[in-house]
Design a protein around this ligand. Structure first.
Ligand SMILES: C[S@@+](CC[C@H](N)C(=O)[O-])C[C@H]1O[C@@H](n2cnc3c(N)ncnc32)[C@H](O)[C@@H]1O
Length: 262
């Protein structure tokens, strides 16, 4: 039976209780907020000095940037946990899976996944780069795993997702959240997808959520022989400031041994 939408051990948003998961690319909402505040001050000043209309126009721009900042914060602090809970529900985990989270950061997905495992285990790999997520290092992720009561099911590795330190077919689930787009070179992104397929055992599944290049990932997964490759827009909860920067999920299955679909 698949887990409930909230995810076991999570709150109604699917966010594991006890962890502090940070803000993705924190300079973005900070910049949007500062621009909104600056325009608010300018707008109010213009209303006094230049009249109602120039002030109002500036305040409308301030509102726009403020809403973008709120949309971004909603997605990183709340929405991300909701759509990952849904994606993990759809994966119909049995609880005995061996999984890996590529670019796990502070463990938002790693820990949500670990909460759904009984005898299974999840490895997280990351370079622990701070600009990509606030307050992030391996110790913060270990702390979150402890605080959420899953440290016995989690292993953390430092490494690059383009050259995974794992054996062929080591995992039966590969997940990655908002990480692969950080690889600026197309060849590096392709290598990350090739590596994800390599470490997946026949019959295993891949779930990738990202803000860009997802069509590219879907094509490469198909070329790599993966089956049931699907690409879905995760909706308003995946907007990073607005509809111009949505999140999409790519899911795929590796055919079982002898080419039998999983
Ligand atoms: C925006 S954060 C997302 C973290 C986490 N997956 C989540 O959804 O909360 C992107 C993560 O990818 C990691 N990352 C970026 N490039 C990487 C690489 N080449 N190898 C390993 N990790 C990488 C960063 O250190 C960061 O933790």
């Amino acid at each position: 039976m698949s887990a409930p939408a909230s995810g076991p051990g999570g709150n109604e948003a699917g966010k594991p209780e006890g962890g502090i998961f940070g803000v993705d690319a924190p300079t973005v909402p900070a910049t949007l907020g500062v621009v909104a505040l600056f325009l608010t001050i300018v707008g109010l000043a213009l209303m006094i000095t230049e009249g109602f209309v120039p002030g109002l126009v500036t305040l409308i721009f301030a509102l726009f940037f403020g809403l973008c900042a709120l949309s971004y914060l909603y997605t990183t602090l709340h929405g991300k946990f909701v759509w990952w809970a849904d994606l993990l529900d759809e994966a119909r985990l049995k609880g005995d899976e061996y999984a890996v989270d590529l670019g796990c950061g502070r463990g938002a997905v790693l820990i949500s996944l670990a909460k759904r495992l009984t005898t299974g285990r999840v490895s997280g790999i990351d370079l622990w780069r701070n600009p990509d997520q606030s307050g992030k290092d391996i110790e913060a992720t270990k702390h979150n795993a402890r605080a959420c009561g899953v440290e016995d099911r989690v292993e953390l590795n430092t490494g690059n997702i383009t050259t995974l330190p794992y054996h062929d077919g080591q995992f039966d689930l590969v997940v990655s959240s908002l990480a692969i787009h950080n690889l600026k070179a197309r060849e590096d992104r392709r290598r990350a997808i090739t590596e994800a397929v390599r470490v997946l055992e026949p019959g295993g599944k891949i779930i990738i959520a990202d803000i860009s290049h997802t069509e590219e990932y879907a094509n490469w997964l198909t070329e790599a022989g993966m089956e049931s490759v699907t690409l879905q827009d995760l909706g308003v909860r995946g907007w990073w400031g607005g509809p111009w920067l949505p999140t999409s999920a790519v899911t795929a299955s590796r055919p079982g041994r002898g080419g039998v679909p999983a």
